[in-house]
Design a protein around this ligand. Structure first.
Ligand code: SF4
Length: 141
């Protein structure tokens, strides 16, 4: 699946959940609570393929799923151009020390597997918006 397809599908799922919670009168705090991994695994099984195995995407005790994937991620399905002869399809806009550029054959993709930035509650609170696409707007190049 390309980045854009994943992005659009995830945006649609996120929107449905948020609309449901807003209609129930949930506050910002309660919405963020709802998106805690432990709750999402039970309540929103379709939101993430890892939920089926009760598996977290990162090894973090407290993991919040509201801002998955990450507002700092930048992607282009067409590619940004060549880096050392390979095509770069994604990168981290803040050059997080915990992320890295992974080279897969002749393709370069951002590897966020060791970075928990967007999953910390404090980060979600600071960057919160009911519209997921608004927070993630800069991801698409
Ligand atoms: S490396 Fe961290 S901050 Fe950068 S895009 Fe990935 S998850 Fe976000």
């Amino acid at each position: 699946m390309g980045y854009k397809k994943w992005f659009d599908e995830h945006a649609a799922k996120h929107k449905l959940i948020v609309e449901k919670l807003v209609n129930k009168g949930f506050t910002k705090e309660k919405i963020i609570d709802y998106f805690d991994f432990e709750n999402m695994v039970k309540e929103e099984k379709e939101f993430c393929p890892l939920y089926a195995d009760n598996k977290k995407c990162h090894d973090m005790e407290k993991l919040n799923c509201y801002l998955c994937a990450c507002p700092n991620f930048r992607f282009s399905d067409e590619g940004f151009g060549k880096v050392d002869g390979n095509t770069q399809y994604s990168f981290c806009d803040i050059e997080s020390k915990d992320g890295r550029q992974g080279v897969y054959g002749d393709k370069i993709h951002q590897d966020c597997s060791k970075c928990g930035v967007p999953h910390h509650r404090s980060y979600v609170e600071k960057n919160f918006d009911l519209e997921w696409t608004k927070v993630m707007g800069k991801c698409i190049k």
